[in-house]
Design a protein around this ligand. Sequence first.
Ligand SMILES: NC(=O)c1ccc[n+]([C@@H]2O[C@H](COP(=O)([O-])OP(=O)(O)OC[C@H]3O[C@@H](n4cnc5c(N)ncnc54)[C@H](O)[C@@H]3O)[C@@H](O)[C@H]2O)c1
Length: 268
Amino acid sequence: MAGLLSNKVAVVTGAGSGIGAASALRFAAEGAQVVVADIRGHKAEQICADIQDHGGDAVPFAVNVAQDNSVADMIAFCVEKFGRIDVLFNNAGTLRPGTAVDLSVEDWDLVMAVNVRSVFLGAKYAVPHMQKQGGGSIINTASISGLHGDGGAVVYAASKAAVINLTRALSTDHAPAGIRVNAICPGTIETPPVQRMMVDPAALAANLQAHALGRLGRPEEIANVAVWLASDEASFISGEAIVVDGGLRARSPLGKIGDPRPIGMRPG
Ligand SMILES: NC(=O)c1ccc[n+]([C@@H]2O[C@H](COP(=O)([O-])OP(=O)(O)OC[C@H]3O[C@@H](n4cnc5c(N)ncnc54)[C@H](O)[C@@H]3O)[C@@H](O)[C@H]2O)c1
């Protein structure tokens, strides 16, 4: 297939659902050969079947991105199958809600391993191939939770902030080899875990209100950005954390000038 990613080989993790699935489908539609990787192997197989039904080229791979050997095997599988790796989309992630008091040490370790160690491992095994090939693009899914002090999910917020700065450090180290490393910071995106949370009408109303565009994002809207970062169109973009949040962060919590304001914040 001809497209933005013609002749490129991509690995997408967490590709069995949500943002990863939408991205794997879009990568393939843009001409990439795709390794569709997920801890739920059957979900990866379903997405591959979907890609193949649309004329794309994809193979499934069951991976646990938190485990050293598993990530090493995933990258080796990609290179064995397709001869190279041009794009690594480290997208798999997990969330455990809770304050520091509520969360167990096991929850902390799990979230940090799935969300942060995974990015380190992906780079560890993909970069040597990209160096030999003369370049590549690594994309990491962070979150707006890594940019502000989200309460109620402290390890998730810490992990996504770590992903953002790990992205910067990796981009610095590997730029001389022509490897670009960027992160995407989504706002609230309608994926299965979010749909489960949004059955609570109060949670839905708060989220609709927080996003200036007045709606949640769609997985395809994150895939659009991932495709662009993966492509040569983004050839001078590296070390960035690109916010895709429907205007959430741009908005003042105080609302518009003229709205009632807390005492001390009133003009004059
Ligand atoms: N949906 C949102 O609002 C939102 C917002 C900001 C960031 N994110 C991030 O986007 C990414 C994708 O989330 P989503 O909303 O599409 O969720 P999702 O549950 O739809 O997809 C995540 C996929 O990752 C897989 N996965 C989980 N642990 C894994 C592991 N150890 N190894 C391999 N695969 C694993 C799951 O099986 C699942 O298929 C995550 O990193 C998440 O933190 C999501």
